[in-house]
Structures are given as structure tokens and as C-alpha cells.
Design a protein around this ligand. Sequence first.
Ligand code: HEC
Length: 128
Amino acid sequence: MKKLALFSAFGFALILFLQAMPKNDSPLQPEISDEAAQIPENVMAVVQQKCYGCHNAESKNEKGKEKLDWDELNAAKKSKALATMKKITEVLEGDEMPPEKFLERKPEGKLTDEEKATLLAWSSGKKK
Ligand code: HEC
């Protein structure tokens, strides 16, 4: 009898554990196609204003363009795009972009809460 109780306790714990595991269709995965990231228009509108200047292939900001090129991301296949989007999520959550030094000269370059939420909703898949 004792064995049975132990066994069912174990079974119960296993079920709880499995339910806590992230599922493949988790809503926290950004939804993008396999072929290309195809950044949505509302996201691109923010990016154009606040990020693109430093992060495109022709940018004069050598470090910025080396780290991120939005056009390249837009065309990137899913696995690569997801890795880049994860980095974007990280810098947004840490309020690291646009860079502090740049904002000292150009405070209007800072993301508004609404813009940040728009970018984060896309990059992380989290709802606003
Ligand atoms: C004034 C220029 C400038 C602007 C504007 C700017 N960035 Fe950056 N970004 C940089 C530079 C420079 C780096 C490289 C920083 C480093 O290596 O220390 C960078 C790095 C990054 C990285 C790569 C981080 C890593 O560790 O690989 C991401 C992601 C990023 N920026 C996202 C953004 C987003 C999102 C925006 C708009 C909200 C933005 N950036 C706006 C200059 C800029």
C-alpha cells in the first residue's frame, strides 16, 4: 500500500512538471514565417525613427551596423531571426538602446513607453 502511495505521488509530480514545461506553441514565441522575419509595419515605423539610422548597411555607425542590420533581419530565416530578436528583447528590457551617450545629445531619440511596448511585443512574443 505504501508503495502505491509513493508511486502515485511520483506520478502526480511528473504531471505537474510536464505541465510546467514550455510548449512548442507557447504564446511567448514570436510569430514569424520560416522564410523571412518580415518585420510588421507598426514595428518598422518605430525602428525607422529610433533605431534604423545606426543599424543599416550604409550607416556611418560602424559598431552599430556590424551588430545589427534591420534589412538583413527583415529577410533572415526563422532561426537566425529569432536569435537576433532575442538580443533585441534583451537590449530593450535593459533600456540599453538607443545608447545613453547618443541620448545625451539627442534626448528625443529615446523610445516612448508605447514604442518600447510595440517593439517588445514583436521581438519577444509577449503581449503588451
Ligand atoms: C546612435 C546609434 C544607435 C541607435 C539610434 C541604436 N543603436 Fe543599437 N547599437 C548601437 C551600437 C554602437 C551598438 C554596439 C554596442 C556595443 O557593441 O557596445 C548597438 C548594438 C545593438 C544591438 C546588439 C547588442 C548585442 O549585444 O549584440 C541591438 C540588438 C541593438 N543595438 C538594438 C537597437 C534598437 C532596438 C534600437 C532602437 C530602439 C537601437 N539599437 C538604436 C548604436 C545604436
